[in-house]
Every structure is written in structure tokens, then in C-alpha cells.
Design a protein around this ligand. Sequence first.
Ligand SMILES: NC(=O)c1ccc[n+]([C@@H]2O[C@H](COP(=O)([O-])OP(=O)(O)OC[C@H]3O[C@@H](n4cnc5c(N)ncnc54)[C@H](O)[C@@H]3O)[C@@H](O)[C@H]2O)c1
Length: 371
Amino acid sequence: MDIGIGVIGCGTISSAYLRNLTRAPGARVVALADLDLQRAAAQAEAFDVPVAVAPDALIARDDVDLVVDLTVPAAHYGVNRCALEAGKMVYCEKPLAATGAEARDLLELATRVGRTLGGAPDTFLGAGLQTARKALDDALIGRPFGAVAHMVSNGPERWHHDPSFLFQPGAGPLLDMGPYYVTTMLSLFGPVASVTAEGGRTWHERTIAKGPRAGERFAVNVDTHVTLLLRFASGVLATLLTTFDVQASALPRFEVFGEHGTLSLPDPNTFAGPVRIRTSREGDWQEVVSVPGFVTNARGIGALDLVLAQRAGRAPRASGALAAHVLEVLEGGLTAMRTGQRVAIDSRPERPAPLTPAELEPLGWTPEVHA
Ligand SMILES: NC(=O)c1ccc[n+]([C@@H]2O[C@H](COP(=O)([O-])OP(=O)(O)OC[C@H]3O[C@@H](n4cnc5c(N)ncnc54)[C@H](O)[C@@H]3O)[C@@H](O)[C@H]2O)c1
């Protein structure tokens, strides 16, 4: 039987999800909702979804098995909670909630009601980062001991129609973009054991550049230039810079250092490669042969894997536990910035298993369908 999907939050990112989820033959997007009903209606028309309703009406529908929460971070906890309480599976955009305590509460609730909870990002399930995962698992660079990643940008107010939420607690470069990088590191190295951090903000106000509200100024209430130092339980040490303040940079995006060589990874906010390798034996960088998999914007893979996981009684790869761990790490970074102390990370989620696209075939979702 087809899985019924209801999407709550019909803003910027909803088009990518709807393009993908409406094409999965084993699933049906049955309803859309938004606080702004007109927005839900417009997306329903654009993607041929039969119903556009208010969020509580969507959650109350019997034909919705899975709620995909694409609202803003401040709304995630409330929407996820209501959906779980109504007996729905839930897949939420990042971050899973605004605080680690809320995320833990959601995990407990999901266990109590016996429903699967998952969270973005799912880019680590794309062909690019799965190729990097295989290269590490095949020991192409030997035992990894370090990583450096840089998320360098001059700010989403350059392109987002309503960017102020990205500069409020619960977002900022660390919580908005950090999940892509930390989730990728978790897939590669397993859980984080401790974090230290420093951060600052270059501007206290910023200006919307595009859209109907161009020229409008808004307050910046988070640090926008943040560096984390992560110690993984496996012993790997990683440095992560996330910034909305840098005008130009030629820094490498993401490198992993092993005993015998280095891997160069693609942008963790994408699904494709290339992954490159340079070892002590090879004179120059070589491209690693890609594993088969999703290479275009496949947002939603994590949600479909979650559906299959619930059916099979296994943990989803983009699991709530993983997303909650990411939030604990990033929140630990905020605490470290405030206190100047290293923060221990308590949770130890499973390292997600690699994904073969064939595993999504029960829902008819293959790279070919997606391409
Ligand atoms: N924009 C991107 O490129 C992008 C990429 C990846 C992930 N995300 C994530 O997706 C989420 C949404 O981002 P966006 O850029 O689409 O934001 P957006 O502001 O464009 O859209 C959010 C939508 O959610 C609706 N909404 C807010 N609170 C709600 C509630 N309580 N109930 C129902 N609807 C509610 C708003 O009316 C709006 O239509 C965020 O968590 C963000 O981190 C965004």
C-alpha cells in the first residue's frame, strides 16, 4: 500500500522535497499545510497535490502516515510533537528542534508512541558522500585521524526572501549549515565525544537583498562567524568553520586526513561528488570512482528510508537520534563559546549504515526515477 505523506511548511525548500516525494511511486503526497494557507494552496496546485489545509487539519487526517516538517526551526518542536502524538511518523528539516532538550523530548515521545522520527540532512546519503564513506571503509587512506571543513558564505540574506529566521537563536551558520558538516562527519567517523568553540559576529544588523522585502533591515541575534573543534569518540579530531561573514575565500571545502593519504570531499550540502584522493604512494590527486547513487538534489531520500525503516523495524539512517546528537554537538559549541570550556557530548548514536539505492526500490525510488 502507498505511504501517505503530508508536508507541513510550504516555503523555499518545499519545492525540492515535493519534486522528489511526488515522484516516488510507492508513496503519495496527500496533503500540504502551512500557516499561510495561500502558500500551501499554491504548492498544491504546482505539484498536483489534492489537499491544502491548516497544519492541525493535516495532522488529523487518516490518510497521512508520514509528516514531513519543512517549517522554520522555531516551529519544528511543536509541529513534530503534535504529529507524533497523533501517531504519525515524522521526518523534519534541520535542526530537529530549537534545543537539545526539546530534541531529547521528541526522541522519548517517538519511543513512547512507537513511531519513527527522523531528521535532515540526508545529503550524506547521496552518491558523493557515500563514495567518501566507502573510500574510508575500504581504508584507502588508512586510519583517519583528522578532518578540516569550511562552510564559508557571505550570508543567506543575499538570496532568501525572508532570511531573518536564519539569524536568530536556533539558526545562524552553526545551526543552519553545521548539520550538513557534522552529520557527514558522523557518517564517516561515528559520534562526537567533546567540543570546544569560539564565535563572534561582524554585523548586528543585515539587509534583505532580494524579493518583495529587499532593503528591509533585520537584527542579528546569533554569532555569524564560528569555529568548532570536535573530538570524536574514535579519536579523530576535526575543525569546522561556519560563517556568514566572509566575502571571498579559496579554502578547501572538506578534507579528511588518514595515515596513508587525504580525501577531498564535495560540499556536504549537495548529493554528488567528486571525491578526490591523494596518498603517499600517488604523485597527484585522483578522482575516486563514484558508487552508484543519487547525484541530483534528492532531498527526501532520508524520509523514504525512514518509511522503510519503520516497516522493517530497523533504525532509519537519517534518524532522530543522529539529528539529536548533531544538535547536542552544535549546542555544545554554543555553550563552549559562552563558557570558554570544553563540553562533553553524552549521546552515542549508531553510525548510520551505508545506503545502496536498491534499498529504496520498494518505494520505487531509484536514481533513474530521480534523475
Ligand atoms: N531554503 C533552503 O535552501 C533550505 C535548504 C535546506 C533546508 N532548509 C530548512 O528547511 C526549513 C524551512 O526553510 P525555508 O527556507 O523553506 O523557510 P521559508 O521561510 O521559506 O518557509 C517556511 C514555511 O513554514 C511556514 N511555517 C512556519 N511556521 C509554521 C507552523 N508552525 N506551521 C505551519 N507552517 C509554518 C511558513 O509560513 C513558511 O511558508 C528550515 O528548517 C531550513 O533550515 C532550507
